[in-house]
Design a protein around this ligand. Structure first.
Ligand code: B12
Ligand code: SF4
Length: 575
């Protein structure tokens, strides 16, 4: 049998949509491969293939590459499969192996740092799975050109591993506009094509140039916007031109996914509220309502998953969440006992909170708070969280530890914000600063574990204490985990990271606050945490909350805006 000209693939961990769990994906980026059998359910790595060996679902970016190829090549020449089927497809006639990379070495926002908690030089599972592809015996045997692309492709260059993995081309950026020419040169082996192809901003396609994918994506990802105009200096989508996809495009993608077995759609965006936005970052709620209603109406779609949002619009107009909650919460696959929805469903959008320090916020990400000012970020976060939680939106929030120039004073302010959030409903994931390529902070140094201060460790482990309690309830002091913490500290943790992690770790273990209060910055004994069963931010336990009012707004002139589609422009001008 003649082997296909181009084989496309993604690692088992990045293709996985096991139980619709984005947690599982994040865990794969962090858990060392060595311990994968203990911490990762092995079923999550068994992705489904069609009878002919083609993959049922792969990351949306790879589906886009496949779709572009299928404009020029026949289905027989273009095959998308998982690593276990490479043997079946890669052969003498295969010229290109195209690999998608979301987080191939696990170094995005230092996810690999988590793996270092288990010891030095441990490879995260994500990386091990990526390496399995590029070092596969059939790839070694037939030597097709290895082309890697996707949002995390930069990691391979940054880690200096292009030679080791025999990667022929690394493509960084959006490819729709330049695709035909680029692949022609790759296939023909054009010697003038550089190994590193960094696509400049002016090659970013318009939405009209972006096709509807031909096949199903992992998690049923369907893009609703691309790019973000808020301009945070550490962020790569901040460097992209803002675009909103037309509803017809979105629905066609959702239909493709549903036809091939997806029961859930994840609306992918840097910020859902940018979809068809009105002037000055004003969310277009009627457009969002129509969007959710229409996606839900696609035959076969049972649940919806939100991706990212920003907090400021929630505070500016809390009715946004009130109106969107009935269209999202009952259709979520995520449930929590505290949800007041009869289904117990909760919406869990991802929100970058990043820091509690107004100074760092002002320096690196002030557009995120717009229309509010940087010094109001704490109030925006608390007020927004109250609104979200009231409507059963229990967000997945990220913080960045070790932003360049972070001082103890800054960390204390982040800890203060964390303290104020102690009754929130949601998850807080601390990450370490990593300078992403092509961002305004690309030249800065990464945060380093060995340089973590005691306060930063306290921040880190306090987040995970919150998460444990939020998802598992009160900590049982006799649980295996709790009892294991002192063993970890004395056998490994102290040696790797010093004494500074001791009391933060004990807080994570659930040691009563009266034992840790004198050793740590935050003192939870002053005001005990929310009794089981009480609603978050209940006025009687967080009385200071009422003081947050009358937030002042700033002017939008410094910010770039996503271009609305023709339909929105007409709506805004009253046509
Ligand atoms: C959906 C999504 C997820 C989902 C699903 C991921 C999946 N496996 O399908 C979830 C929530 C699980 C997730 C997790 C993470 N994500 Co994510 N995710 C996204 C999001 C919102 C959309 C991705 C998408 O489908 N885009 C649409 C497609 C078409 O774009 P694309 O993938 O970039 O593909 C284009 C090009 O890159 C290129 N291309 C893609 N593949 C290939 C392959 C070849 C061979 C070639 C030539 C070209 C090519 O062509 C495409 C068309 O132009 C993006 C933001 C965004 N808007 O892109 C963040 C984003 C990609 N994620 C990001 C991060 C950091 C993560 C995490 C590390 C977060 C964390 N701290 O844990 C994890 C890592 C997960 C893992 N497995 O390791 C960052 C990446 C930053 C960076 N530059 O490195 C982004 C940009 C978000 C952000 N605001 O910073 N993510
Ligand atoms: S708001 Fe989020 S997506 Fe937008 S620039 Fe800032 S970090 Fe990036």
């Amino acid at each position: 049998m003649v082997s296909p000209l181009i084989v496309l693939t993604a690692s088992a961990t990045e293709a996985s949509e096991w139980r619709h769990s984005i947690w599982q994906q994040m865990m794969s980026a962090t858990i060392p491969a060595k311990y994968a059998k203990t911490f990762i359910n092995q079923d999550s790595l068994a992705n489904e293939s069609w009878a002919d060996g083609r993959a049922k679902y792969v990351p949306n970016g790879l589906r886009m590459v496949e779709t572009l190829l299928l404009r020029e090549y026949d289905e027989r020449d273009v095959v998308t499969c998982y690593v276990e089927n490479l043997e079946r497809f890669v052969g003498a006639e295969t010229r290109v192996l195209a690999v998608h990379a979301h987080n191939p070495l696990g170094i995005s926002y230092a996810t690999d740092v988590y793996s270092k908690l288990g010891g030095e030089n441990l490879t995260p599972l994500n990386a091990a799975e990526f390496i399995k592809i590029v070092t596969h015996p059939v790839v070694r045997k037939y030597r097709p050109k290895i082309v890697v692309g996707g949002p995390g492709a930069w990691q391979l260059e940054k880690a200096g591993r292009l030679d080791e993995f025999k990667i022929d081309y690394l493509i960084d950026g959006e490819i729709e506009r330049v695709f035909g020419e680029l692949f022609r040169r790759i296939i023909e082996g054009d010697p003038s094509l550089p190994r590193l192809v960094k696509l400049p901003k002016d090659t970013q396609p318009t939405v009209e140039e972006i096709p509807v994918v031909r096949h199903r994506s992992t998690f049923g990802v369907v893009e609703i916007t691309r790019g973000c105009g808020r301009g945070c200096q550490f962020c790569s989508p901040a460097t992209k031109v803002g675009r909103s996809f037309p509803l017809s495009h979105i629905l066609s993608s959702a239909e493709v996914n549903a036809r091939e077995g997806a029961t859930e759609i994840m609306v992918a965006s840097e910020d859902m509220f940018l979809y068809e936005q009105l002037p000055n970052f004003t969310p277009n709620v009627p457009a969002l309502e129509t969007l959710f209603r229409s996606i839900k109406a696609v035959p076969g779609i049972e649940t919806l998953q939100t991706s990212h949002i920003t907090m400021a619009p929630v505070v500016k107009d809390p009715t946004i969440i009130e109106r969107l909650a009935p269209l999202t919460v009952p259709y979520s696959h995520v449930h929590h006992k505290d949800s007041t929805d009869p289904t117990k469903g909760v919406a869990d959008p991802i929100i970058g909170l990043e820091t509690g320090s107004p100074r760092l916020f002002n320096q690196f990400m002030k557009g995120k708070a717009y229309p509010y000012k940087a010094h109001q970020w704490r109030d925006v976060v608390l007020k927004g969280m109250e609104v979200l939680n009231r409507h059963n939106w229990y967000p997945f929030c990220t913080f960045i530890i070790g932003l360049p120039g972070e001082t103890d004073e800054d960390t204390k302010q982040s800890l203060d914000l964390l303290y104020d959030l102690r009754d929130m409903k949601g998850t807080i994931v601390p990450t370490w600063f990593v300078p992403l390529e092509d961002t305004r902070m690309a030249g800065k140094a990464s945060a380093k574990l060995v340089e973590m201060t005691d306060l930063q460790w306290e921040f880190f482990f306090t987040c995970w204490r919150y998460n444990r309690e939020f998802w598992r309830g009160r900590i049982n002091p006799m649980s295996k985990f709790t009892l294991g913490v002192p063993f970890y500290y004395y056998l490994l943790g102290r040696r790797l990271f010093g004494n500074g992690i001791k009391y933060p770790l004990y807080r994570l273990a659930g040691l009563p606050d009266r034992f840790t209060r004198r050793r740590l910055y935050l003192d939870f004994t002053a005001r005990p945490r929310r009794p089981e069963g009480l609603r978050p931010f209940d006025r009687e336990i967080v009385p200071g909350f009422e003081t947050i009012k009358g937030l002042n707004m700033i002017d939008a002139s410094a910010l770039q805006h996503i271009q609305p589609t023709a339909a929105t422009q007409a709506q805004a001008s009253g046509d």
